[in-house]
Each structure stands twice: as C-alpha cells, then as structure tokens.
Design a protein around this ligand. Structure first.
Ligand code: ASP
Length: 414
C-alpha cells in the first residue's frame, strides 16, 4: 500500500473515531492528541535547519544575484496574482450563496483588533540583526535573507566557500532523510491529530453555520482547480490529476495539522522527489510562500467578511469589497503559518470596512474546521508556485519526478 493511501485511511479513520468521541472529547484530547503532537513536533524539529541549509545550497547553485532577482520577481508575481484570484473567488461565492442571510446573531464577545505592522517596518524586519536569534525564534523571512546572503557570499569567495557549502549540503540531506523517516509515521500522526479536532468540533458546533463552511470549501476547491491545476498544466507537463495526487501527502498533513509551516519539510521533499523541481527553486519558493503566500486564508477572510456583513444586514458596496480585497491580501501576507493565525487577521479585514468585530465571534466556534481547509489550500498553492516558477526557469527534471513514472528515489511516491 502506498504512503498516500495509508495517510488517507488514517484521515478517514480519524474522522470516524472523532465522531465516536463527540460526547466525550476529553478522552480524545488526553489520550490521542499527544501522539499527534509528537508527530508534529518531529516534523517541526527539521524546519529551521532544513530551510537554512537547503537555501544556502540553492542560492549558491543559482550563483548570480541577477538570476536570483528574476526568480524572486516571478515568485512574487505568481503569489500576488493567485492571491488576488483567491479573494475574488471567495467574494463572488459569498455574494452568490449568501451564507449570512437569516443567521441569528450569537452573543457578542469582545475581540481585539490586530494592527497591521507598517510596510516600512515589515521590510526592515526582514534583515536579522542577529541571525542566531532569527534561527532560535524561527523567523522565516530573516532566515531566508541570511541564508541567501551567505549562499551567494560563499560562491563569491570560491574555493574557501566550498567547505561551508558542503556542510550545508550534507545538513540539508540529513534533514530530508529525517523527514522521510518521520513520514512513515504520518498515517498514525494524521489520525491522532484529527480525532481530537473532530471530537471537539462535532455536529453541534458545525450545523448552525454549515452554510458558511460549505461556501468556504466550495471556494477552496474552485481556487485549487481553476488557479493551481490550470497554471501548473499551462507551464509544466504535469496534469491536474497528477498534480493533486502528487501533492496529496502534504495536503493531508496540512489538513490535519492546520499549520503550513509545520507542513513545510514535507512539501520541500515532495516538490523535489515527486515533481522533479530543482532544490534551488524548492528551497527558495516554498519557505517564502509559507510565510507570505496564503490563498486559502485570503479566501476565508473574503467569505467571512461578506458573511458577517450579511448576518448584520449591512450592505457592502463594490468599493468596500475592493477594500476587503486589498486588506485581505495584506492580511494573508502577514498571517503566520500556524493554526488560527488567519482568524486574528480577520479582525483587521473587518475593521478596514467598519464591520462589527463581534461578528468574528460567530466564526470563532467553527474556525478550526475552516482552518483545515484554508491551510490545505495554502500548502497546495505553494507547491503549485514552485512547480510553475521551476517550469519557467527550465528547472524541472521530469526524469527525476516519480509522478511522471520515473525517478530513482520513490520513498514519497504518490
Ligand atoms: N493555519 C493557516 C496556515 O498555517 C493560517 C491561517 O490561520 O489562516 O496556513
């Protein structure tokens, strides 16, 4: 049985067992959840060394700053365009299906607004004044910046830079191997992660707001189908079926953990091994995307804003919806790849168009269920981005891609 099949079985069994524990979620939380946390912590352990080491090697193999700049430009363009598409799909879906009409309002709860940091500060924060501190705190943008710089620096000094690059290469390989070993536990990990979520978010929580959940998931599917699989098909030789199948181990981990940064090591392995993307592109696009490219979160913010407006009977003008588009784009950039981060940013979107923040209280109860879907979209979107950018740079080696029926190393084969 392939790993993907096993993970899917773990996921489905987890949902079933979770439903059995709905009346007593405490048991699931006490006895099953720790195994999920164990699995997630194992993956997280590899993130910082993996991102750092593979990006140093990647930057060194790209070599010149001009090419690095070009790849960076393409990546940002893809991120920006797909995020705009995502919000438009979310807004259109919410306007058509009107999930908030006839919703009885829940009791208001006080919520705090997260202030968006200023653009200048955001740019300044990318430069780590102390790289070790950046690594200790897992600050992804700062790690990316430092890794790129040392990688380029090492190529410039030639011979003397070689030991450093060799060390980083070896470290990255070790982390990849560890990720693979941990992935053998994925079916159990996914099971243990999903049981407590379903047990504590049973039908009682879901049913009253089933419409908004459905609208979000419809928009998630449409975006994945229309934007990701189509763009992958246009630029690479990978068909939509192969794309979704190949990405599925990462999608399943994203769905069960609600953390795109926790899924990062798995995505890094998959794009190289399953889709044949070069290490230099994978190590650049994926960590960056995990930090700033969150289409699922953007869709969710668009749908929820319209939903809350409808629930309160506040009409939203086209101008206000454009404001939502802009703030949700910024909000999704600022969202961290951890569970529930998008919910905090939702407050910012709501306040940008003067919607009542208490409206978020309606969403709070179902947020985890929405988080699972949006994280899956976030992760899938970054996999698509790395394939598209690699394809335009001629950096996909189809011979090495297990999804194309070739490739030597098949441990993560779909
Ligand atoms: N949990 C999401 C992620 O990790 C972020 C969010 O809450 O929207 O991608």
């Amino acid at each position: 049985m392939s790993l993907v099949t096993k993970i899917m079985i773990g996921l489905i069994l987890g949902v079933i067992v979770g439903l059995l524990f709905v009346s007593n979620p405490k048991i699931a939380n006490t006895y099953i959840k720790p195994f999920g946390t164990l699995f997630l912590n194992l993956i997280k352990m590899t993130i910082v060394p993996l991102v750092f080491a593979s990006l140093v090697v990647g930057a060194a193999s790209i070599g010149d700053i001009k090419k690095l700049g070009r790849i960076g430009g393409k990546t940002m363009l893809y991120f920006f365009v797909t995020t705009a598409f995502a919000i438009v799909i979310g807004l259109v879906a919410a306007n058509i299906f009107k999930p908030g009409v006839n919703v009885s309002l829940a009791a208001a709860a006080a919520q705090e607004v997260t202030e968006a940091p200023s653009i200048i500060q955001t740019f300044l924060d990318i430069i780590p004044t102390n790289p070790i501190d950046a690594m200790a705190k897992g600050n992804m943008l700062q790690i990316i910046f430092f890794a790129l710089f040392t990688g380029v620096g090492a190529t410039y000094i030639g011979e003397k830079g070689q030991p450093y690059l060799k060390f980083c290469d070896s470290l990255a390989e070790i982390m990849y191997k560890i990720t693979e070993i941990i992935m053998d536990l994925a079916p159990y990990g996914v099971f243990a992660l999903i049981v407590p979520v379903i047990a504590s978010n049973g039908p009682k929580v879901l049913l009253p707001l089933i419409k908004v959940i459905l609208v979000c998931y419809v928009a998630f599917f449409l975006h994945a189908l229309l934007t990701y699989s189509v763009s992958v098909k246009i630029w690479s030789k990978i068909s939509p079926m192969k794309f979704f199948k190949g990405a599925s181990p990462a999608s399943a981990i994203a769905f069960s953990t609600s953390s795109s940064s926790g899924t990062l090591p798995v995505s890094m392995r998959i794009v190289q091994q399953v889709f044949g993307v070069s290490e230099s592109i994978a190590s650049f696009v994926l960590p960056l995307g995990t930090t700033i490219n969150m289409d699922g979160t953007a869709i969710y913010q668009g749908v929820c804003a319209v939903f809350i407006a409808q629930a309160y009977g506040i009409p939203l003008s086209i101008g206000q919806q454009v404001t939502i588009l802009l703030t949700a784009t910024l909000a999704s950039v600022g969202t961290a790849g951890v569970p529930g981060a998008g919910f905090m940013m939702l407050m910012m979107v709501l306040s940008s168009v003067g919607l009542p923040l208490e409206g978020a209280a309606l969403i709070a109860g179902i947020d985890r269920i929405l988080d699972m879907g949006r994280t899956t979209v976030n992760v899938t979107g970054n996999i698509a981005a790395s394939i598209v950018v690699a394809a335009t740079e001629g950096e996909i080696n189809y011979e090495n891609a297990s999804i194309m029926g070739s490739g030597k190393d098949k441990s993560l084969k779909a």
